[in-house]
Write a protein that binds this ligand. Sequence first.
Ligand code: ZN
Length: 90
Amino acid sequence: MIRYECDRCGARMTPNDARRYIVKLEIYAAAGHVDLDAEGEDDVAGALSDVVRALATADPDEVEDQTYRSFRFDVCNDCRIALLADPLAR
Ligand SMILES: [Zn+2]
C-alpha cells in the first residue's frame, strides 16, 4: 500500500484520503515577445550566436532553473487551508 505524507507538515495520509490534496507549482520566465527586427539582421545573428555559445557551456540545471520548473506536492487539509490563505508565505 502506498503511503502518503503531507509534503508541508509530514501528516500521514492514505491514497484515497479525502483530506489529501495535490498542489502543483510552475515557475517560468515571464519574458514574452522579442522584437528581433528592431535590432537589424546582423545584430540578430550575433545575438543568437551569443545565446547558442552561452547555452553550450551552461549548466543544464541552471538553465532549467532560469526558464521553467514545475513541482507537485501532496498536502493535508490543514496545509491546503494555510496555502490558500497565504500561498506565497508572506
Ligand atoms: Zn500538512
